[in-house]
Design a protein around this ligand. Structure first.
Ligand SMILES: [Zn+2]
Length: 309
């Protein structure tokens, strides 16, 4: 069994929030075994703890937003992907506003900051969510399939009718593909979408410093792409971040086509909707607290809260 890990010491980062354009401070702190990833808004008095769990997803439009008692934290996916890629199970994330800073639009700055302090084993075995049966989901042209595997594999494919993007595929295999192959892949958008977002007061912090911007056949960023298939690598990175919201280390082979944050959350809901789809292996499987959390999760799924995202 792989032991759980946390950071050796606190990490401080600051940067602009993508949508508000405001400066935000972020602090990632070590946390006890079995506590998971928990967000705290330091600018909100008596802020509730917001666990990184898909039950707490309140929006998947443009980014993944978590919330509890009307307090939200948005754009969590690239930080969660960094924590997933570095094998961090437990951390407390304090943020001074409603959005995690976008930094360079990838997970790389989070990875570098965490690697600078290092991570440590906590002894307690990591709890695994193993896929036991094929689960599939199709929404118009998008689809997702999760199947059993001895490790986590994510195969992403995209199909953009756009000369700079087109068809791209990337297959990430945990333990085989270095996380660095996807950690630096940046978020991307079309110039016309950026203009439309800015017109309605969104993406105010967006710039060529934190996204790949495409116009026609041209990538507008002066330094070009970090990988010829940076677009699909970023999609796989987003998926790793969103799958961290299962609350466990996912073990299965997931294929995603034209997926996004909505499909990722709905796939987790579909997996948890039937206990025959999965097995929880590790300390959380027998703990009373976690059985309660699985029960609450099933109740949320049956109420349609999660499935209606
Ligand atoms: Zn992203």
């Amino acid at each position: 069994m792989t032991p759980q890990r946390t950071l050796k010491s606190a990490v401080n980062l600051s940067g602009v929030a993508l949508h508000s354009g405001k400066q935000v401070n972020l602090r990632i702190l070590p946390a006890p075994a079995q506590s998971g990833i928990v967000f705290v808004r330091t600018d909100v008095p008596h802020s509730p703890l917001i666990p990184a769990h898909f039950q707490n997803v309140v929006s998947t439009r443009l980014a993944t937003t978590l919330g509890r008692d009307q307090v939200t934290v948005s754009t969590v996916e690239h930080l969660l992907a960094a924590l997933a890629g570095l094998g961090v199970d437990n951390a407390r994330v304090e943020v001074s506003g409603p959005e995690i800073p976008i930094l360079d639009g990838s997970s790389l700055p989070f990875v570098q900051a965490i690697e600078a302090v290092g991570t440590e084993s906590q002894g307690t075995p990591r709890t695994v969510l193993a896929i036991r049966r094929r689960v599939e989901l199709k929404i118009n042209e998008k689809w997702a399939v999760a199947e059993p595997s001895s490790r986590l594999e994510v195969h992403g494919s995209i199909e953009w009718d756009h000369p700079s993007i087109g068809h791209q595929e990337f297959h990430y295999i945990d333990g085989k593909t270095p996380f660095s192959a996807i950690a630096d892949a940046r978020t991307f958008c079309l110039l016309r979408d950026v203009e439309a977002m800015k017109n309605v007061g969104l993406a105010l912090g967006g710039s060529l410093d934190n996204a790949v911007v495409v116009d026609g056949a041209q990538v507008l960023n002066p330094s070009g792409l970090r990988h010829p298939d940076e677009f699909v690598r970023h999609k796989v990175l987003d998926a790793l971040g969103d799958f961290k919201l299962s609350g466990f280390a996912l073990q299965g082979y997931v294929r995603l086509h034209r997926a996004g944050h909505d499909l990722h959350s709905q796939l987790l809901a579909a997996i948890f909707a039937d206990a025959n789809n999965y097995e929880i292996i590790g300390p959380a499987a027998s703990g009373e607290a976690s059985q309660g959390s699985v029960a609450r999760l099933r109740a949320a799924v049956s109420r349609g809260f999660v499935a209606s995202l």
